[in-house]
Structures are given as C-alpha cells and as structure tokens.
Design a protein around this ligand. Structure first.
Ligand code: ADP
Ligand code: MG
Length: 691
C-alpha cells in the first residue's frame, strides 16, 4: 500500500464506499491521513454505572440486557430503549425518533455509550447518546479509553468506520510519509516530525501532544505557503518585461495640474510605482489604503505615465457607477493636458455602453489609451493593441481568476491592485507575499473626522430631524438599507418599501432618489449624475454605495438595520462621507442583541481607522473572508488560521524569507525536502508559475 494509492485498495473499502469517501474529497491513502478531526472527546475514563450522576457527561461500557421500542402518539415518533448493565448497575439508554436503531441492538451485545445523563420520571437515563457496538467481544479501543477523534461525516459513513480506516492507514502508511521541514527548523522551534504530528492529530496521546501536533502542522502550512508565494515573486522578477519610460517632467507637469498637493505618503507610493514601471520586470503591487485615503489619483498618475510611454492602460472596477465616476473624474482632470502634443483618449466599457463594438474596435487598434471598465473588460472580445498596465480597483470584489485573466491580455503587463479593506501589516506581508506592497498612510489634509452616533429604535425621528438640518445647510445625505426589497423571511426594512414613506412623508419637499443594483445601468448613471450635481438631496440606497462613490457635498449617512452589516462593510459605507470640508455625521440604528453584534457596533462607534477596524474585525470573527483566502487559488489552510496564529505565521515567514535569501531556487541538497513537499502538494508548476 502506497500513500498515493487509491483508497479502494484499503481494507474494507470497495467501489461503493470509495464513492462515499470521494464526497469528503478523499481519494488516496494520503488524503485520508489529512482528513483531520474537527473535534475530540475525552473518553479516557470509563465510568461505572453506579457512579453516574444527573447532568454529567459519561462514557460507559456495558452489556445490553433488555430492549424495546414504542410509538409515542403524543410526540408522533418511535422511542427506542435499551437497558444496559456493567456489573455495577443498570441504566436506560433512549433514542427518540430514530426507529431504524431498533434493528441495531441485540440482547447480550456489548456496547459503549457516551453522552449526557438526564432524569426522566425520577430515573436516570442517557438520552440520544452516541454509541458503538463492540463486535464479537473485541474491544473497540478506537472509540473508548482514549481521546477520541470526531470527523465530519457523509451519509453512509460512520465515525466508527472512518476511525478504523484512518487508523489502519496510519498503521500501514504513516512511515512512508515524508518529512517536509528540515531538522534545523524542527529543532529550532521544537516541532514534532511529520509522522508524530499525524499520529497525534488523529489519536492524541494527551491534549499537550495534540496541541503540539497542531502547531507543527500549522507551521508547516504557513511555511510552505510562504515559500511558494516568495518563489513566485522571485521567479516573476526573473522574467523580462518591457520597461516603461518614466518621464519626470511629465509627472511634475501633472502634479502642477492637480487642484491639490499629493500627501507625503501618496508621493512615496507614486515613487514606488514609477520605480516598478521603469524596471524591466513586471510590476505586481498591492496598494492598500483606507477608504478615502486617495488611492485613485495615484493610480491615475501611474496610468498617464504608462500612456506617455506608449502603453494602453486597463482600469478594472466592480460597478458601473464607479466606472462612470472614474471616467468623469479622469476626463475632467486631464482636460487641456497634452501628451506628446496629443490628447489622452479615455473610454468606458461596461455591459451597458451602446457603442460597444466601436469601442472594442478602437481598443484593438490602439486608439484608446485608458479604458475604464467593469467585468465587460474581461470578455474575450476585449483585445488590446499594447496593454502595458492593468489597474484593479477594489480588488476584493474580484476573484483570483478574473484578476489574472486581465493580466493575460498582454505579455507581462504591469499590474497594480488596490484594496480599501486594509489588513494588518504582518498579515498583509504573509498573505500577499507574492506581491510588493505599498500603503497610503493617513488622509489628504483638511479632512474632518466623521462623528458616528448610535440611535435607538425609538429615536428614528430624531435622526430624520438631524438629517433635515444638514440638508437645510446645503448638504446631501445617504440613507442606507441592507436590502432592496422586503422579504418575508427577514424582519428588516428594505430600501424600496421605505422609499415611498420617506419621500412622501418624512422628507416631503426634499428631492429623493432610490438607487440599487437592480436598476438598469442607465438609470443608475442618471441618478448618480444628478446626485453629483446636487439635483438630488437624499440618496436612498443599498450596499451598492459601498465601493468608491465620492461626492464631497454628501456629509450625512443614516444606516438603518446596521446590525445586518459586517464591521468592515460599515466602515466602507461610512467612508462615503467625510470627503469634503464639512463636518460629517454617520447615524446608525439597528438591533444589537448578540454579543458579537454588540462588539461590532462598539468598535465601529469608537474607531475611524480602517486598519484598526480590520484588526478588530479579524479578532471578532477569525480569518473570515476579509482577504478571501482563495486569493491565490493555491491554498486553503486546513489546519491553521492566520488570524489566530499571528506569531507562528510571523516565524514561518521569517524562516521562508531567510531560506530563499540563501537559496532562491531551493537548489541546495538540504532544501530538497522542502522542494519535494511543494511539488507533492502543489505540483511542479508552482515552482515555475508566474501568474
Ligand atoms: P480611495 O482611496 O478610497 O479610492 P479616493 O481616491 O476616492 O479614495 O480619494 C478620496 C478623495 O480625496 C477624492 O475626492 C480625491 O480627489 C481626494 N484627494 C486625493 N488626494 C488628495 C490630496 N492629496 N489632497 C486633497 N484631496 C485629495
Ligand atoms: Mg477608491
């Protein structure tokens, strides 16, 4: 039996069982060793029936001495009962609504039951306990008298069968298992070897060994992951790409053109980006910065530099509204600017543009310099003549495949991805280790902090009065709802159903519009245009607002049913206001009953800093989906959780960096075990893959 063999060859597994295992993603002997328990039960102690007490959780081993079942007319289901005896006493075990169990039991059989004791009619009993029958008098030592692993199951597979199969595989194959961490690392960090960690993960000697096993496997996941990402980065830089000519005078000219000065941090980031553009390897850079920190202008200057050097630039954004907004801003911004005596031609490509065929034709003929678009940009008929820079805004809104796809429309174009959901530095350095990272710190000058205030359910009117006061000063407002339409299943207000009421009664005399994702693109565009031009006072909307919208005169936001939003999402929403020179106010209302939602709203009220909010969000809900761990499409952490094991992650990163500094292609003999581990796990191409 080899690790790579199909599980069909394992004892007791035929084609039928193999199909069940496949449902759990287990195809080979090795897969089964990596099918980890999701929890454990301490069943080291076997209790005597005479010692059992109400409410305790016990494991007993006893013989079945009586059995029966009856139908409960009141409850309308079968009740199966057995009486067991272990020599010290007798007790009933009862299962409700599981009539199929009737056939499982025979008098005289030995059984292990595990569960909580309850009292029924003054008598102790196990109700719905876990149980295992001990065949032929053979003690099933895998399920009792030890810390017992609990696996997630699929219908047709039992704990018992899975435990046996895994144990059998461990006994037969674990010695073949190859080490992937060098001895030096294992001894430095006091890590188990791979075989001990696998053995202890399934059948821990004790809880200390279990923790050690988890630690070792987590370290390994982090370490291999880091090495893979760093190798990608190294290898990507080895591939030649066409350098851009960075014209310093041009940049000076652009900066003079701007209605404001770039902040120190923006300048620094721009310097990093132009440094990349100039290099003869492709840029792959992540630009992080809180909402409103001013990422767009930096990306736009980079785009002009690339255009000036003869490239086309693609700007990918997640929504039509954002595409339109960027398009208008960019056009406005370059009005009157000439590049090599020519005007820069900017175009927009979304699913709703009417002259799509023409735009595509111009694009492929090189007659468009900068194209701003939504998913439509990804389609096969969007062909470039000389794509040299790809900018992806709000990158978390796109999948890995989508981001990579755009970059494949040219040979190694420079790629800049932008993210407004900043994550803590250690985390960013590790999770995006294949990229260079820039961050805009702070905000453009003149910003006032947004004051955030919680309104109780009965203060809704106060909130409306407050909004009116701001509107009367000439400001504009957003009112945000979590849903577009009412649904019967959720007790929440929707934008649509509240809109009429708000327009007719509450804000009678003001100009209101309803904006949501189900409006067609023309309608959306029109509404946004009116809002930008202050032809609308209040935008009643959904989370469609979450990304990118930039209207400086809008200074109030009212978020209703705020408990329905995640912390980072609330922060993104709030980022839509406080963009101008006015005092801005975010009003929130919602039901914050659960401890988590209380924590969340408290963090939101007390913090303005997106990095800090991201950190807290991480702590509250674990790794979650903030960074979408499928980012790279190469790894799902099975064992580890980057948000909870920061120290281990940091150590793994340091070691990976050190390793590749000395041996950037893992050519040294002592590093072959690492290389082999990567190949085993991700196939050879990962070592060469560059995108
Ligand atoms: P984000 O990082 O969220 O994409 P934006 O790029 O939309 O932020 O910038 C927010 C606003 O700040 C925009 O209106 C932009 O024009 C303005 N802005 C950017 N940089 C500066 C600056 N250095 N000084 C003043 N305003 C700036
Ligand atoms: Mg932005």
């Amino acid at each position: 039996m080899k690790l790579t063999d199909s599980i069909r060859y394992l004892k007791g597994i035929g084609p039928k069982k193999a199909i069940l295992f496949e449902r759990l993603d287990i195809k080979t002997a090795e897969d089964i060793l990596f099918y980890f328990p999701y929890r454990y039960e301490d069943r080291r102690e076997i209790s005597k029936i005479k010692d059992l007490k109400e409410d305790g959780i016990y494991l007993i081993k006893a013989d079945i001495i009586a059995l029966g079942s009856r139908y409960s007319f009141k409850k309308r289901f079968d009740i199966v009962t057995i009486v067991v005896d272990d020599g010290t006493g007798r007790i009933d075990c009862v299962w409700f609504n599981q009539s199929y169990l009737k056939k499982s039991f025979k008098i005289g059989q030995r059984i292990i039951t595990y569960g909580k004791l309850t009292i029924f009619k003054g008598k102790l009993q196990f109700s719905n306990p876990e149980f295992e029958l001990i065949d032929n008098g053979n003690d099933d030592s895998l399920s009792a008298g030890r810390i017992v692993p609990i696996y997630s199951l699929t219908q047709g597979l039992t704990q018992r069968f899975l435990r046996r199969t895994i144990k059998h595989t461990l006994d037969k194959c674990s010695f073949q298992f190859r080490e992937s961490l060098p001895y030096s690392l294992r001894s430095k960090y006091n890590l188990y070897n791979s075989v001990s960690s696998l053995l202890n993960l399934h059948y821990p000697k004790d809880f200390v060994s279990l923790e050690q096993a988890k630690r070792r496997l987590s370290f390994e996941e982090f370490f291999i992951f880091q090495v893979v990402l760093l190798l990608r980065k190294i290898n990507k830089k080895l591939i030649k790409a066409k350098p851009h000519v960075v014209d310093r005078d041009l940049i000076k000219k652009i900066l003079r053109f701007l209605p404001f000065d770039l902040t120190q941090s923006q300048k620094q980031v721009l310097g990093q980006i132009t440094g990349d553009l100039r290099r003869n390897s492709a840029m792959y850079r992540l630009l992080q910065g809180d909402v409103g920190s001013g990422k767009t202008i930096v990306a736009f200057i980079a785009a002009l530099v690339a255009v000036n050097s003869g490239s086309q630039v693609a700007f990918l954004v997640p929504t039509e509204i954002l595409a339109r907004q960027h398009y208008d801003k960019f056009n406005n911004f370059i009005k009157g600017m000439l590049f090599n005596k020519k005007k820069v031609k900017i175009s927009i490509l979304t699913s709703s543009v009417s002259n799509k065929a023409m735009i595509l034709k111009k694009l492929s003929a090189g007659k468009i310099d900068i194209i701003i678009g939504t998913h439509a940009l990804l389609s096969d008929d969007a062909v470039f003549k000389s794509l040299g820079l790809v900018v992806i805004d709000e990158q978390h809104k796109f999948g890995v495949g989508q981001r990579a796809f755009l970059a494949k429309k040219a040979l190694n174009p420079d790629v800049l991805v932008m993210s407004a959901t900043p994550i803590p530095r250690t985390m960013a350095l590790t999770l995006y280790a294949d990229m260079d990272i820039s961050a805009i710190e702070g905000f453009p000058p003149g910003r006032r902090p947004v004051s955030t205030k919680l309104f109780n359910q009965d203060q809704q009117n106060d909130a409306y009065v407050f909004i009116k006061k701001e509107l009367d000063k000439g400001r504009q407002a957003y009112i945000v709802f979590p849903a577009i339409e009412d649904t019967s299943s959720m007790q929440i207000m929707s934008a649509k159903s509240m809109f009429g009421e708000l327009k007719k009664n509450v804000f009678n005399g003001y100009r209101l519009a309803l904006l949501h994702g189900r409006l067609n693109n023309k309608e959306q565009t029109l509404i946004m245009k009116k809002f930008h031009n202050h032809k609308i006072d209040i935008l009643v909307s959904t989370t469609i607002l979450e990304v990118g919208i930039d209207v400086k005169n809008a200074s109030v936001m009212f978020i209703e049913d705020a408990h329905r939003f995640g912390l980072s999402q609330l922060h993104q929403l709030r980022g839509r206001i406080g963009r101008g020179v006015y005092d801005s106010h975010c009003l929130v209302m919602g039901k914050f009953d659960s401890p988590i939602s209380k924590q969340r709203i408290k963090a939101f009220l007390e913090n303005q800093d997106g990095f800090k909010i991201a950190q807290i969000d991480l702590e509250i809900r674990g790794q979650g989906d903030i960074f979408g761990l499928d980012q790279h499409g190469i790894l799902q952490f099975k064992m580890s959780d980057p948000s909870k094991q920061i120290d281990l992650l940091r150590m793994a990163r340091q070691e990976a960096v050190k390793l590749l500094e000395i041996d950037p292609q893992l050519e040294k003999k002592e590093n072959h075990i690492i290389k082999n581990a990567i190949i085993r796990r991700y196939s050879e191409c990962v070592l060469r893959q560059v995108d």
